[in-house]
Design a protein around this ligand. Structure first.
Ligand code: ADP
Ligand code: ADP
Ligand code: ZN
Length: 230
């Protein structure tokens, strides 16, 4: 299966969450899914699924991801285009962790332009690098439903049991080590942060202070999304 030549279906909303590793993109994307019925498209999740399935793309991406470097635009774009062919994207999408390079942003613009669509908002989650190590080193996820948790900042009601699905298999990521996080932060500043200016130039940038509690960030984001999808 390859989406290389296919056109994107027309979707009612296209939101982008920009921000360094640990900024809260995945956490907030899931809140938006529940609140607005949108679909979270996380290229990190899609790549981890490809690694787990042992596909050619997964084999090529595995070591790059473990080191904290960016996977090639070619692989990421192919994976994202395939995902965009699935019918649920017609509800509207939240891109979490994509685009991460100018080439990816331009490819997305081309995809959307082909069907007369636009980005409703690119929301930049503004956080301090120093706090990201604490966020990432305490991160874990439910193996059953993918809900994200944190050792200090977001604990399930019953320790070890997922609030959403009742699952008890919690996972930590292979790249959530101090070393890989340092590389990922560097990759963010060198390759992804320039997208803030890119989207500012296209008139769809929204900045969101994201050092507060999860609920406070979610409340501010709700306002931005309501405004941008009106
Ligand atoms: P985080 O949310 O902590 O930043 P992700 O789950 O988004 O992490 O990404 C994990 C890893 O997957 C990245 O460090 C990178 O290797 C790869 N990756 C994810 N999305 C992209 C992308 N759009 N372009 C290149 N590499 C990506
Ligand atoms: P990203 O997808 O940007 O890499 P996550 O959403 O996975 O980030 O969040 C990283 C970790 O920090 C998770 O364990 C999450 O529960 C926690 N977290 C997310 N947002 C906040 C916040 N506003 N305050 C404290 N911890 C947070
Ligand atoms: Zn769960």
């Amino acid at each position: 299966m390859s989406g290389a030549g296919a056109t994107l279906e027309v979707v009612p909303a296209v939101l982008i969450l920009l921000g360094p590793p640990g900024a809260g993109k995945g956490t907030q994307a899931r809140v938006l899914e529940e609140r607005f019925g949108l679909v979270q498209l996380s290229t990190g999740d899609l790549l981890r699924a490809a690694v787990a399935a042992g596909t050619e793309a997964g084999k090529a991406a595995k070591a790059v991801m473990e080191a904290g470097d960016l996977v090639s635009d070619e692989i990421v774009l192919a994976i994202l285009k395939d995902r965009l062919l699935e019918p649920d994207v017609s509800k509207g999408v939240i891109l979490d962790g994509f685009p991460r390079t100018t080439a990816q942003a331009e490819a997305l613009d081309d995809l959307l332009a082909a069907t007369g669509q636009r980005i409703n908002a690119a929301v930049s989650l503004e956080v301090d690098d120093a706090a990201m190590v604490t966020r990432i080193s305490g991160r874990y996820t439910c193996g059953g439903c993918g809900e994200g948790y944190h050792d200090s900042f977001k604990k399930p009601a019953v320790a070890g049991t997922c609030d959403k699905c009742g699952g008890t298999e919690m996972k930590r990521r292979a790249d959530d080590t101090a070393e890989a996080v340092a590389t990922r932060l560097q990759a963010y500043h060198a390759q992804t942060a320039p997208l803030i200016t890119y989207y500012e130039g296209r008139g769809c940038l929204e900045t969101l202070p994201a050092m507060g509690a999860i609920e406070d960030v979610a409340a501010a984001l709700k306002g931005i999304v309501e405004q941008a999808t009106r």
